[in-house]
Design a binder for this molecule. Structure first.
Ligand code: ATP
Ligand code: MG
Length: 272
């Protein structure tokens, strides 16, 4: 698989974003609209490498929109418009020469509801790998599938049913299958939009444990409505309110000593 820069010209080819603070992603002053409706308002935030950034805030404040900006998924919405800059390793992901397919491979997405494809466990994980490399040898593909299932802490549970339908797994297993599917294409950043919202506490704990392992190798961004989860897993925390990033910082600091009254009220459960 190619590991060249997303604009095809190498690191910092656009001259934008020199990666201050060693951040993996730099979001600089982005605003966005769906048609005439403003959603994100002048948001700037670093996403630090190999750590978990939690994003919290009340429903409709723009968390999912923000997350989708990070891998250009909003491009699929016709009325969507974005201003500002987002760089990945110093390269502008919205640069006209940026390779969107490569951006989405490097920055993978896991959705709120587990969405395995209606195919076998094996094929679910192999799907993206085949898309990116149609010539891949069977043996190599098998290695990638096994490795990805192991990294997603799912291997032991599915090793005897690789040909069973992905849809036959439990909800928590399906979500780990979706994570394995993302891991198989060798991403650098993993975005998760409320990945545990439809899961029971045991399955949720397994996903949290998995994310804490994954951050050793990947940069992780998680949207969550579960403040306990945000506390347990986040290294950095961003609080959104009405499209603005009201507060951002080290998670422990934001939680114990928020600068803004709105953050304090939200964390206290006074609205949400
Ligand atoms: N595809 C879309 N087309 C038009 N408007 C959209 C679209 N997606 C989101 N919006 C609007 O943008 C605003 C922010 O939505 P978004 O889904 O980003 O919020 P959120 O913080 O993720 O909310 P939740 O916590 O409920 O998931 C909302 O007013 C929503 O209606
Ligand atoms: Mg959302």
């Amino acid at each position: 698989m190619q590991q060249t820069g997303i604009t095809g010209a190498g690191r910092n080819a656009t001259g934008i974003g020199n990666n201050p603070n060693n951040s993996k992603i730099m979001v600089q002053d982005i605003s966005s609209w769906y048609g005439a409706q403003p959603v994100l308002k002048e948001v700037s935030m670093p996403i630090h490498a190999k750590s978990i950034t939690g994003l919290i805030g009340p429903s409709g404040c723009g968390k999912s929109t923000f997350l989708r900006c990070l891998n250009r998924l909003n491009d699929l919405v016709r009325s969507f418009r974005l201003q500002g800059t987002i760089t990945l390793d110093g390269e502008d992901i919205y640069h006209p020469d940026a390779d969107v397919v490569l951006v989405r491979r490097k920055v993978g997405m896991v959705f709120q509801h587990p969405n395995p494809f209606p195919m076998s466990v094996f094929d679910n994980v192999a799907f993206g790998v085949r898309e990116h490399n149609r010539q891949i040898k069977k043996r190599e593909l098998e290695e990638i599938v096994v490795e990805s299932l192991q990294k997603a802490n799912l291997w032991e549970e599915v090793k005897d049913k690789l040909q069973a339908s992905g849809l036959s797994l439990s909800g928590g297993q399906q979500q780990r299958l979706c994570i394995a599917r993302v891991l198989a294409v060798m991403p650098e950043v993993i975005l998760l939009d409320e990945p545990c919202s439809s899961l029971d506490p045991v399955s949720t704990a397994k996903i949290e444990e998995l994310l804490l392992q994954l951050k050793n190798s990947y940069t992780v961004v998680v949207v969550t409505h579960n403040l306990g989860q945000a506390r347990r897993i986040s290294d950095y925390l961003g609080f959104f309110l009405d499209g603005r990033l009201v507060e951002y910082g080290a998670a422990a600091e934001v939680i114990t000593n928020p600068r803004e009254k709105a953050t304090e009220d939200y964390l206290a459960g006074n609205f949400g």
